[in-house]
Design a protein. Structure first.
Length: 171
């Protein structure tokens, strides 16, 4: 397997290219399976991509959007990835998409892990997963040095998601 490397002059060029690729994959899954599932990350970096994606012509009624990770805070909290997605993706044309959040009624992420995992498992095969990387090297809330990291990397766990408590990130 070879890795293809792309270079972009700026973030806007990256966003345009990424949106084109994501739309093509979503469209192909809609045509083949009648639906598509998009998994996105939060953070500052993807907002331009998300806003551009929200304006694309696509049968958004057949697209389900969920999160690669979430902080265990209320959906209106400033640090909520759900809030970021609702404000930057689930508008314009994409307001017709179905959103499935990860945070549930459990008091903590650890207590809500099983329910969130079941919710994700019911979605089936994901069409596209967009992951970012934090300044500390984390992706999908898999934080370097976290005591929970080995469990998060265990492909045999049977879980679609896991509660991670980062050592240094503010949650």
């Amino acid at each position: 397997m070879s890795i293809e490397r792309f270079n972009f002059a700026d973030a806007q060029q990256l966003d345009v290219a990424l949106v084109a690729g994501v739309v093509a994959l979503l469209q192909a899954d809609i045509e083949q399976h009648g639906r598509a599932i998009l998994v996105v990350s939060g953070g500052r970096t993807p907002t331009g991509f998300l806003q551009l994606l929200s304006r694309q012509t696509l049968d958004w009624r057949r697209v389900t959007v969920t999160l690669a990770d979430e902080r265990w805070v209320d959906a209106e909290h400033a640090d909520s990835n759900e809030k970021l997605i609702r404000q930057n993706l689930l508008l314009n044309n994409a307001d017709a998409a179905t959103f499935i959040g990860l945070k549930n009624s459990a008091a903590t992420a650890t207590l809500g892990q099983a329910m969130a995992s079941q919710t994700l498992a019911r979605l089936g095969r994901f069409t596209v997963v967009i992951l970012g990387m934090g300044e500390d090297g984390h992706t999908a809330s898999l934080f370097p040095g976290s005591a929970d990291l080995p469990s998060g990397l265990n492909m045999e766990s049977g879980l679609a998601c896991i509660a991670i408590t980062p050592e240094h990130a503010a949650y």
